[in-house]
Design a protein around this ligand. Sequence first.
Ligand code: TEU
Length: 572
Amino acid sequence: MSEQWWKSAVVYQVYPRSFADADGDGTGDLRGIIGRLDYIAALGVDVVWLSPVYPSPMDDNGYDVSDYQNIDPLFGTLSDFDELVAKMHERGLKLMMDLVVNHTSDEHAWFEESRTSKYSAKRDWYWWRPARPGTTPGERGAEPNNWDSFFSGSAWTYDKDTQEYYLHLFSKKQPDLNWENPEVREHVYDMMRWWLDRGVDGFRMDVINFISKITDLPDRLVSQAEVPGDGTPYDFSRPRIHEFLHEMNKAVFAPADKALVIVGEMPGVTVDDAVLFTDPARCEVDMVFEFEHMGVDRGHDKWDIVPFALPSLKASLAHWQRGLAECGWNSLYWNNHDQPRVVTRFGDDGEFRVRSAKTLGTVLHMHRGTPYIYQGEELGMTNTVFEDIDDFRDIESINHFTEATSLGEPSADVLEKLRFMSRDNARTPMQWDDTAHAGFTKGEPWIGVNPNYKVINADAQALDEDSMLWHYRRLIRLRHELPVVAHGNFTMLLEDDPCVYAFTRRLGDTELLVLGNFSSQQQHLDVPDVESWLASELLLGNVFREKYDDPPSHLAPWESRIYRRRIHRREG
Ligand code: TEU
């Protein structure tokens, strides 16, 4: 297997709570996943990314880990896990674990020891600081600096017993680990080696660019132009981040005698820094997972929803394609457990749901990078229906509702934004069939099933070769079969066109032309250098026609096509 096997791989993300429930308690589990491995294998993907299954108080659905070397009883046992790994490997699937080491749970033994006293041996494993000089500890404004948490409120929580604050970039139950302390790093590396020995094939490392911080934790700058409470200039990709990742690579990845995949989830990472993180010669990570394109419909924060404009999406993706053209590697995704469903967000989840979902898939999968499919995306699952705030489960959504309404924003307005942008849209149960609770559980699901499961479900689509599911299988096969899909260079066309997404890919004498109409109206298009495509071959489309005009001068609503041609030598 080539060293960079993951360049032609496709990743499938499983969010265990919502995938399949075998024991009927309403929450998905490892045995549920085992029961659905044939479904995953039939898609043709190479890697499964498993969101956290470690013991956790579940303040942030497992992204708050209280024991790194076990399985939460909600999800099963270590022996279920071993069986999952073995059965995945039997099917040629690799397992990528979610690794959450920027922070632990406040119920992790390390933090429990750390908080006992200022003189605890583990005090320095976290970021403890006294109140701001001249203030009264515990009062508003006394926090050591002015950073806000991603989940609303200050990033600091006061501990009355030891009269200091601890830092948490996420919830107050997710204290940040202090990576400056070499003992912390050694313990994390040991734990990672333990999972590799147990059979896992790689890690998706949660907010890994946050682990290095400017150690004096300065106040953020406050200016009109800046996001309120945004500490990002000080906590993203800070001074020692490359050193830490290189050290981890040498300590954990390099010695492993198997083909791994290492993904750095890095909110806010720049293209230039991504090149450094993923340059193979630097031995840090294999690819980044960045968020720039997830911001195209957001203003100053994720709740400031602005209208989607296709040229911004194209500009963002093209910027990354160009920036990593010579060196480095990126992930490609529309969805994950933190994002609303893409067909609702960038597509048309009404009349053209299937067609727009196929076009979104086609366009994404034909880019250069490693594509990720988030469970249910391959079925065209949509955002769900939330009647009121009690229907939400996500800490980020609920905290935002509490904060925004307490500041006077009408609850109806906040709810409307949550309905569109909340992470819970991604977290409704997987829609397996048209029986009760979409076949996800025999119990009461932990979060409501999307009411459209009778129409959108895996069983129905498995029987229909024209379905989304089959379309995704074809896209995955194209990547595996055509080197140009994985490795070809990328050229964006028609950059300013507000409705058409068009680009070429080229490797040697093979060139692909990818066209997608991102609108619910027919669109005229002028394919640049159209003559060269006259004798090309249509590889995949989503609108059936008796006769195709190749290449097309019009695309039907949400129509997409992939063409292939051979380049004659004199064209060079
Ligand atoms: O998310 C990191 C991240 O970028 C957050 O800002 C995330 O986008 C969040 O949803 C804000 O909208 C990772 C995990 O994917 C997420 O589920 C966790 O909540 C978070 O880290 C903390 O571990």
